[in-house]
Design a protein around this ligand. Structure first.
Ligand code: FNR
Length: 362
């Protein structure tokens, strides 16, 4: 494992060993992939303003989100169909998150069911990501199952009324191989059948008529806290708070839905300002190293989540690989905090970063 010293090493390895169609599906983004690239490069537009001589002999990374304790402010984002990259898929990733003491979010479109993941990783803090189906009884049943299985929060993805225009997927009409199925559904809904691919699955079954009223409906059928995932504007953030969500993910779905929207880190300050502490704010999109986590926290996120990096870890060695990725980010964050004079996540305030342009103007 010694050649794996950063998350990008895991990515390079995964891109070498995974089949082309799997790489296209997991790595790719929408349109010209402008937002996908920007999710990474925008972190460079912020510099850290380190403070020195502050006694960093003890650095505490602990965080909490929706009442759940985490050993670090970095969890695993929901990504679909993880058994495409490793036979143990979601069960391994959930166990790894548990070992690392952090949150695992299970996708609705998983290749292991809610119940299988709960049984495989009983001690992991698990949240369930939800889409709202045209047939509301499908969503209602998923919520009930997640509650019964001990999941602690619902993460409603709000940026996916239709499927993003992912050119690589369209070229290969991406669909699940025959030996895998969408494990949360009965046979008739479980397959992206007839070679139609995921695009048709989403466009046929998800409700394109969803509005904020559906969050109110969701609140009426569950006691679990609700987070919305995929907010990029102050206007939507304010509405989300008004309808009573407990948390907001600033996310552009890893650049996979609408191309040329801002990078997650670029949208974060406006959302954090609009929320003004009335809900928790998280970020995902392009987080690959400790400095990224640090900058997101400084700009208003309470927690960040890793999407593709967990998949690259899975591709390497299942549970061990995901754990490896989380451990790398943890070690990097600890170093970044020590070198910038922060001994707890609450020390990572807005004053710890500045736009890079501040310096180039000098
Ligand atoms: C995703 N994402 C996602 N989001 C969601 O709400 N439900 C889902 O089923 C999926 N599935 C999915 C599959 C794959 C292959 C990827 C890469 C992403 C989006 C995911 O939760 C997260 O927003 C991004 O992955 C974050 O960006 P990074 O960390 O991948 O750059």
């Amino acid at each position: 494992m010694s050649s794996l010293v950063c998350v990008d090493d895991y990515e390079r390895h995964a891109l070498r060993i995974l089949p082309r169609s799997v790489v296209d599906f997991h790595r790719g983004g929408a349109g010209e992939e402008h937002t996908l690239r920007r999710n990474r490069t925008a972190f460079q537009s912020w510099y850290i303003r380190p403070r020195v001589m502050r006694d960093v002999s003890c650095v505490d990374l602990r965080a909490s989100a929706l009442g759940c304790e985490a050993s670090m402010p970095c969890g695993v984002a929901p990504t679909s169909m993880q058994r495409l990259v490793h036979a143990d898929g979601e069960c391994a990733a959930a166990r790894a998150a548990g070992e690392a003491g952090t949150v695992f979010i299970l996708s609705t479109l998983s290749t292991s069911s809610v119940e299988e993941v709960a049984a495989a990783a009983p001690d992991t803090t698990k949240w369930f990501q939800l889409y709202i189906y045209k047939d509301r009884s499908v969503t209602r049943e998923l919520v009930a199952r997640a509650e019964r299985a001990g999941f602690k929060a619902l993460v409603v993805t709000v940026d996916s009324a239709v499927y993003g225009m992912r050119r690589a997927d369209m070229r290969c009409a991406f669909s699940l191989p025959a030996h895998l199925r969408m494990a949360n559904f009965s046979e008739d809904m479980a397959h992206t059948s007839g070679g139609e691919g995921l695009l048709d699955y989403v466009n046929n079954l998800y409700d394109q008529g969803v509005t904020w009223k559906d969050i109110t409906w969701l609140r009426s059928i569950t006691k679990l806290p609700i987070a919305v995932k995929g907010v990029l504007t102050a206007e939507d953030a304010r509405t989300a708070v008004e309808v009573g969500v407990s948390a907001i993910f600033v996310s552009n779905h890893g650049g996979r839905q609408l191309d040329t929207v801002p990078a997650a880190i670029e949208a974060l300050p406006e959302v954090a300002r609009a929320v003004g502490g009335r809900a928790e704010v998280y970020l995902d999109g392009g987080v690959r190293q400790g400095t990224d986590v640090f900058k997101a926290l400084a700009l208003g996120a309470r927690m960040v989540f890793l999407g593709r990096p967990a998949l690259w870890g899975l591709a390497h060695s299942g549970q061990r690989g995901v754990r490896g990725v989380l451990d790398i980010v943890r070690a990097e964050l600890r170093t970044v905090m020590a070198l910038s004079g922060c001994t707890s996540v609450s020390d990572i305030t807005p004053a710890m970063v500045a736009p890079a342009s501040t310096y180039s103007r000098l």
